[in-house]
Design a protein around this ligand. Structure first.
Ligand code: NDP
Length: 481
């Protein structure tokens, strides 16, 4: 048991004013591993007051370069503590430790250091105008930014919001998902240790329906940066209208991974499985629709099924494990329900399909699952499952591949596998998706923007593009007449 965790407000750790707590469960063992404060509107008022005070206080007065140094230091501290923080990430999420330790925590630190470099490089322009005046623009922070983040990449997605918000001079209220609050709280302590002024980074745990809703409605918050379910995003957009907040939404996906007959098929088989099974498929950009050229369909899907059957769930803390535990009981039930729907609707199960266990009789483990003979109208071809379930659909030519790929309310990511360079660029140009991977899948870099088309949301995480979503432009006119 990791004990009882408090809220970080104004540089101090506090219990929720109500005294309420929520359990944190390890999905690999079903045990309660910690309790966190269940913050609500009263605690939020205190956090907003602290965040606003920091804006006009030491943080607002700090030079951009000094801000950058502090953010860089936070990235360094995160890497110094990477073993412990990766362990926490795995304990509350169920993801393999190799993903936490060797991919996601280093990427979170990289994100901090990438934006640390931007802190003193966000500039305005001087603008020639009619008449005798000096006109220039400057980029001001928005004010208090609330980052509301999900449970699938708890710290990494938080950093996609926190790092650019801090680099551009905002203050932050970070609300992690209730299932996975531990690494956000650990980051709060690192920020204190690095010497961030009080109120610059506040970490508030509490449920989405109470604390999350209070954040969205609070008049003292200027922006919501959200990643999560599309339906939650819709609700946030509606509620944020009353106080006219800036919002960026990174939402669900049903991403197509398109395999043409001329592809390097062994590489494409690996890409198809990594595309859906990394992170147990709890990945917004998961390549959950495998679109396969009809001429190679049977051969290709049987290779994917063969590879899938070799993937065995294991103890997430074991460095050899590549498939961990589904994040919660509710999520496991939801995914298994989609498996039943797929069977009822006539899809052919070619691998997995059931709950499994790792010899302990505990934990929310599931077999990696592949369905063939899926048609575009079936539920598993249309809805985000958010689990290790691949739906294989065929196509007859390039135009049909593109049409089927774009036949979704979502547009987060897509993959294209072909040796034909002309076809690769043509298809990439026609896909309605914020990211297109050619002959690869699931690769990221902090310098590259990530975000959605259509109902996968708007705004961009990472890269210099994200800076625009955390700043506002001021035009200054100086009369020289
Ligand atoms: P949510 O979208 O509900 O959760 C994401 C974050 O939003 C969490 O911090 C949550 O808090 C918070 N939240 C929930 N309701 C509100 C609200 N009304 N106002 C403000 N914040 C709120 O996702 P779920 O965890 O409920 O998962 C549901 C489904 O969403 C999953 O099964 C999956 O399919 C999909 N999903 C998609 C993600 C993506 O990246 N595309 C990420 C996560 C989920 P709390 O945890 O306290 O509820």
């Amino acid at each position: 048991m990791l004990g009882r965790k408090k809220l970080l407000i104004g540089g101090e750790w506090r219990d929720a004013a109500s005294g309420a707590v929520m359990p944190v469960i390890n999905p690999a063992t079903e045990e309660v591993i910690a309790e966190v404060a269940a913050g609500d509107a009263a605690d939020l008022d205190a956090a907003v007051a602290a965040a606003r005070a920091a804006l006009t206080g030491p943080w607002g007065k700090m030079s951009a370069r000094e801000r950058g140094r502090l953010i860089w230091k936070l990235g360094e501290r995160l890497m110094e503590q990477a073993d412990e923080i990766s362990r926490l990430e795995t304990l509350h999420n169920g993801k393999p430790i190799t993903e936490s330790r060797h991919v996601e925590i280093p990427m979170a630190a990289d994100c901090l250091q990438y934006y640390a470099g931007w802190a003193d490089k966000v500039q305005g322009d001087t603008i020639p105008v009619k008449g005798n005046a000096l006109v220039y623009t400057q980029r001001d922070p928005l004010g208090v930014v609330a980052a509301i983040v999900p449970w699938n990449f708890p710290l990494l997605i938080a950093m996609w919001k926190v790092a650019p918000a801090l680099a551009t001079g905002n203050t932050v209220i970070l609300k992690p998902a209730s299932q996975t609050p531990l690494t956000a709280l650990a980051l709060g302590q690192l920020a204190i240790d690095c010497g961030f002024p009080p109120g610059v980074l506040n970490v508030m745990t509490g449920s989405g329906s109470t604390l999350g809703q209070a954040i969205v409605s609070h008049p003292g918050i200027d922006k919501i940066a959200f990643t999560g379910d599309t339906s939650t995003g819709r609700g946030i957009m509606r509620s944020a209208a009353d106080t006219l907040k800036h919002i960026t939404l990174e939402l669900g996906g049903k991403s197509p991974n398109i395999v043409f007959a001329d592809a390097d098929l062994d590489a494409a088989v690996r890409g198809a499985t990594v595309g859906i099974f990394y992170g147990k498929g709890e990945v917004c950009a998961a390549g959950s629709r495998l679109l396969v050229d009809k001429s190679i369909k049977d051969q290709f899907i049987s290779k994917v099924a063969e590879r899938t059957k070799k993937m065995v769930a294991g103890d997430p803390l074991d460095p050899k494990t590549r498939l961990g535990a589904i994040s919660s009981k509710g999520q496991l039930e939801r995914v298994l329900n989609y498996v039943n729907i797929a069977k009822t609707e006539g899809a052919s199960l070619v691998a997995g399909g059931s709950r499994t266990d790792i010899g302990t009789g505990k934990g929310y483990f599931m077999q990696p699952t592949v369905f063939a003979d899926v048609t575009p109208a079936m539920t598993i071809a249309r809805e985000e499952i958010f689990g290790p379930v691949l739906a294989a659909i065929d196509f007859v030519d390039v135009d049909e591949a593109i049409a089927r790929a774009n036949d979704s309310i979502y547009g987060l990511a897509a993959g294209v596998w072909t040796r034909d360079i002309k076809k690769a660029h043509y298809v990439a140009s026609r896909l309605q998706a914020g990211t297109v991977w050619v002959n690869t899948y699931n690769v990221y870099d902090t310098a590259v923007p990530f975000g959605g088309y259509k109902q996968s949301g708007f705004g961009r995480d990472m890269s210099r593009y994200a800076l625009d979503y955390y700043t506002q432009v001021k035009s200054v006119w100086v009369d020289l007449g």
